[in-house]
Write a protein of this length. Structure first.
Length: 59
């Protein structure tokens, strides 16, 4: 481990509960970063698309 890594103030398991509740991480392809530069832009696009996909899947 590198000397500049300092975990002296770390709290063991600090994020464990959040990950147990469910965490989804998606990596956006580099060629789409101009359209989806952040999580909000991805969420907005998926929310717009979701109703159509739900209708298609329920048929």
């Amino acid at each position: 481990m590198r000397p500049e890594y300092d975990f002296s103030g770390a709290v063991r398991g600090a994020t464990a509960r959040r990950y147990a509740e469910g965490a989804n991480v998606v990596v956006v392809a580099p060629d789409l970063l101009d359209v989806f530069p952040d999580a909000k832009s991805v969420d907005d696009a998926l929310r717009a698309l979701a109703p159509m996909l739900r209708r298609a899947n329920s048929s």
